[in-house]
Design a protein around this ligand. Structure first.
Ligand code: GTP
Ligand code: MG
Length: 197
């Protein structure tokens, strides 16, 4: 899919205030700092559409972007940011939980995983919970530019092995680097197919 327009709509702290659910929607979730906002910019082909930061916890609300005037792309706050206060963490949790449960036009939830790390407990917890919801999932392994091909394959294999102890069949998996613009065509093609079906 060619991106012809990408427009920031607004930020919301409550799923009930989000735009009318009249277009297909694709959301990006994952631990703080995993690279959600950077990936969204890479997909949009715009460097500063979504705000990114070296400091975890940058995105704190639900952010809607209208793509090609036909679908919504959503940047979500990260989960599992240990330094955030407990009440803030619970707040993120609740916002994300309600968004995933209540957003009726949510076509796919992309769960971003840091390709440099072995399976992380909070990611597995989130995947376990999200897998029990009604929305289809897909996984995106981020920051693949930061490690060597053999390390990447090793981490990927470890993740798949862990996930296969909980899932009979794995959801679609993508590899990405926002730095090197990798994974863009594959993810956009997947979105295009999902919208068409
Ligand atoms: P929160 O909004 O805090 O939850 O974080 P986020 O998941 O939106 O992460 P963000 O996109 O802000 O990126 C976090 C940091 O990782 C930034 O310093 C980015 O430049 C860096 N980063 C993101 N993606 C990549 C990537 O593909 N490669 C490299 N090398 N760095 C990346
Ligand atoms: Mg962000």
């Amino acid at each position: 899919m060619k991106i012809t327009s990408a427009e920031f709509i607004s930020s919301y702290a409550d799923v009930k205030k989000c735009p009318a659910p009249d277009l297909p929607e694709f959301a990006f979730i994952g631990r703080s700092n995993v690279g959600k906002s950077s990936l969204i910019n890479m997909l949009a082909g715009m460097r500063k559409l979504a705000k990114t930061s070296v400091t975890p916890g940058k995105t704190q609300t639900i952010n809607h972007f209208l793509m090609n005037k036909t679908w919504y792309l959503v940047d979500l706050p990260g989960y599992g940011y240990a330094s955030a206060s407990k009440s803030t963490r619970e707040g993120f949790g609740k916002m994300i939980e309600e968004y995933v449960k209540q957003r009726e036009n949510l076509n796919c939830l992309f769960v971003l995983l840091d390709s440099r790390l072995p399976p992380q407990a909070n990611d597995l917890d989130f995947i376990e919970w999200a897998g029990g919801q009604e929305v289809p999932l897909a996984f995106i392994f981020t920051k693949t530019d930061k490690l060597k091909q053999n390390e990447l394959q090793k981490n990927l294999a470890a993740y798949k092995k862990t996930l296969l102890t909980r899932w009979e069949e794995l959801p679609p998996i993508f590899l990405s680097s926002s730095e090197k613009k990798l994974g863009r065509d594959e993810i956009l093609a997947f979105v295009e197919t999902a919208i068409a079906n």
